[in-house]
Design a protein around this ligand. Structure first.
Ligand code: PLP
Length: 383
């Protein structure tokens, strides 16, 4: 048996070493608190769960779904974009439902990247942009996101290799928690137009923002649909990570190409889940205010704790993470190890999100209040 060479070229599993240490600690009886996972700890709103129950009882949902998603779900997504961003999207040509945005992010490379093609990948970033590129036989090219300019690309310093296909961007960002303004996205669209790149914009955290900041969609930029596709999902907005439902919207060429890959690989999203998705998008939205307030309160607790022990950084305006600069004398792995050894607290080292993630660790806000408080109390004592 010989697995493919492309599997061998995948970067090592980010958290393998830390997982091993956590297992050791737990085996030794330590009550390890993980501030590592970005997965909402509060439940999906009840009206969405209720919609799923009704839909599951309807036997017409039990057969294969359409490859292109239910027309009603596509229309609900497009109506949400109109309400939320003032952007008009054609539900038939410019919207492709996804089995979670991760699936679409990985498959976009299959649709656009030929062996040897370059893909510009932010550094640090959600790892799937790079992995998807590698699995499609492409070459990821790092675009460093310097802390000094708010973890945005330094546009003038980017060298675009000949024949590059895609530029990935993600704000509010995992892992840096940085946000982008509409001016930043205008710059990104102009850059991709100049260099004939598909701008693949990951807006998974658009609804999780703080201090009054409202995150834009890249499709709000004039003419963006010529060059951009935006990925989104119900995962973080409605606490639906386990349900696996998202979408891509934007350039009809990109949407069609992605859809063509998917028709050959998967068979769509369970129709009952799509009906629940419609309930999420069209139902009461007041839940979101509470969710933002919850994460903002936790963010403040994390920021205060690490400010008090001497770390200097600004409170982030979005996502479910805080991106912490490590103290002098540490690198990201040694600081993560210190927190595990001295406080029994797990955080992923920033290096795992790309070379420019060195010097940072990521703290997740999706941790129940009591566990977060205890973790932070132990951090105060340890540092
Ligand atoms: N994009 C970013 C930046 C993420 O952090 C995640 C998940 O953590 C995803 C996309 C994937 O989300 P989903 O596949 O649940 O829609």
């Amino acid at each position: 048996m010989r697995p493919a060479k492309r599997i061998e070229t995948l970067p090592p599993y980010l958290f393998a070493e830390i997982d091993r240490k956590v297992s050791e600690k737990r085996a030794a009886g330590v009550d390890v608190i993980s501030l590592g996972v970005g997965d909402p700890d509060t439940p999906t709103p009840a009206h969405i769960v209720a919609a799923l129950k009704v839909a599951v009882e309807d036997v017409s949902t039990h057969q294969y779904p359409s490859y292109y998603g239910m027309p009603e779900f596509r229309r609900a997504v497009c109506a949400w974009y109109q309400r939320r961003f003032g952007v008009t999207i054609d539900p038939d040509r410019e919207c492709q439902p996804l089995i979670g945005s991760k699936e679409g992010i990985a498959h976009l490379a299959v649709a656009f990247v030929d062996p040897g093609d370059a893909v510009l990948v932010p550094d640090p970033a959600y790892p799937v942009y790079e992995i998807g590129t590698i699995l499609a036989g492409g070459t990821p090219v790092s675009v460093p996101l310097p802390a000094e300019i708010g973890f945005l690309p330094d546009w003038d310093s980017i060298e675009v290799p000949a024949g590059a296909k895609i530029l990935w961007l993600n704000y509010p960002s995992n892992p840096t928690a940085a946000v982008a303004t509409i001016d930043d996205l205008e710059r990104a669209v102009a850059f991709c137009r100049t260099h004939d790149l598909l701008l693949a914009y990951d807006n998974a955290y658009s609804e999780i923002t703080f201090d009054g900041f409202t995150a834009p969609s890249v499709l709000q930029v004039e003419g963006a649909k010529d060059v951009a596709i935006e990925f989104h999902s119900l995962s973080k907005t409605y606490n639906m990570t386990g349900w696996r439902i998202g979408w891509a919207v934007g350039s009809p060429v990109a949407v069609e190409a992605l859809g063509r890959v998917k028709t050959n690989i998967d068979s769509g999203i369970f129709n009952a889940v799509q009906r629940a998705g419609i309930a999420a998008l069209e139902g009461p939205q007041d839940f979101l205010g509470d969710l933002r307030a919850l994460y903002q309160r936790r963010r403040d607790r994390v920021v205060d704790t690490f400010h008090d022990v001497g770390l200097k950084f600004e409170a982030p305006k979005g996502s479910v993470f805080v991106w912490l600069p490590v103290p002098a004398g540490h690198d990201s792995a040694s600081f993560a190890t210190l927190l595990l050894e001295e406080a029994g607290v797990v955080v992923p080292p920033g290096r795992g999100y790309g070379p420019s993630g060195e010097g940072f660790v990521r703290v997740s806000l999706t941790v129940p209040d009591d566990r977060l408080e205890e973790g932070l109390e132990r951090v105060r004592k340890a540092l």
